[in-house]
Design a protein around this ligand. Sequence first.
Ligand SMILES: [Zn+2]
Ligand SMILES: [Zn+2]
Ligand SMILES: [Zn+2]
Length: 351
Amino acid sequence: MVISEVSKQGLSADESLGKFRILYVEDTKDDQIILRRLLEKKSRINFELITVSDGFEGLKRVSKEDFDLIILDYRLPGMTGLDFLERLKKMNITTPVIFVTGKGDERIAVEAMKRGARDYIVKDEEDFGRLIKAIEEAALEASLPKSIDIRAAIYLAGLFSAHEILSGDEIGWLLEQSSHVQLESLLSALDELVKAGFAEAKPLYSAVACPFCGSLKPNLLLQCPQCGSSQLIKGEALEHMNCGGLDFKFSYQSVGGELICPKCGKKLRQLGVDYRRVSALYKCSNGHFFSLPTFNFKCFGCGRTFDIDEASLKTIYQYRLTRKGRSRLSLALKFGVDTPELEDKVTIENT
Ligand SMILES: [Zn+2]
Ligand SMILES: [Zn+2]
Ligand SMILES: [Zn+2]
């Protein structure tokens, strides 16, 4: 394996893009060989695979070394996979385990899950595909902060590959095309990235958020100050100063180029003398006229209404990946990109 430049400089293992260490506890030589070949050929991870042929040897290794993942066969000489899980627990080792059973051993697989296995694979003669996928998922999860939603992380990795800087409000727009990830889960995933040192956040401005559900999509709700109606029309209006009549311009009948006041029925004579323009007039569904509506908010998320005093303010940030974040999210990025057949594209750094 190639030692990366970063670890040569003496940085911690966390900062370097380390190898994903897998312990494979399997007595069948053929299976050991198949898994190694498939990982080398098909997987997108930078791994180190250590194989042992029985549980005793396996336990000896895990007690001395750190592994990121254990792949555990059920049928082993001397000690079954279930016994192995039991002993791991007693040793307080929490390394995730993928349990492998043969066809017909499904009930044992369920028992393994009860004993703390992360996942189980029922092995068909030749199909190791699911196992490779489960290993990749475990590797991806190990490369990211613990509390982060994996799908959100993959999505963010994709966004960051297209945009060096993402702002909290832009993400909402970028998200419109995709329905399978929620804006709120992306924003909280971004917070997780910042906490873990994967990204930096710079405050941009304060946005109005719903005090009930936290949604960042409140719509401004204009209401009649007299009756509260929110069905309004708005337009240019004229005020006939002689009679005090005030109405929309279209309500003044035009006869031979002259305007007739709808209130008193008289002709308007000269702009600025007996009548004036009102640039914005509102009329509610109950017939009230006003020039300044009441401002409230209606939430697109939960549908509730609130005023400016009740509104929460949420700081909108812009985000940029750190060097560490860029290298760690690179794996997520590989997962986000559609690569139906990976075959020759992937090179594992074996020297
Ligand atoms: Zn009204
Ligand atoms: Zn009039
Ligand atoms: Zn709401």
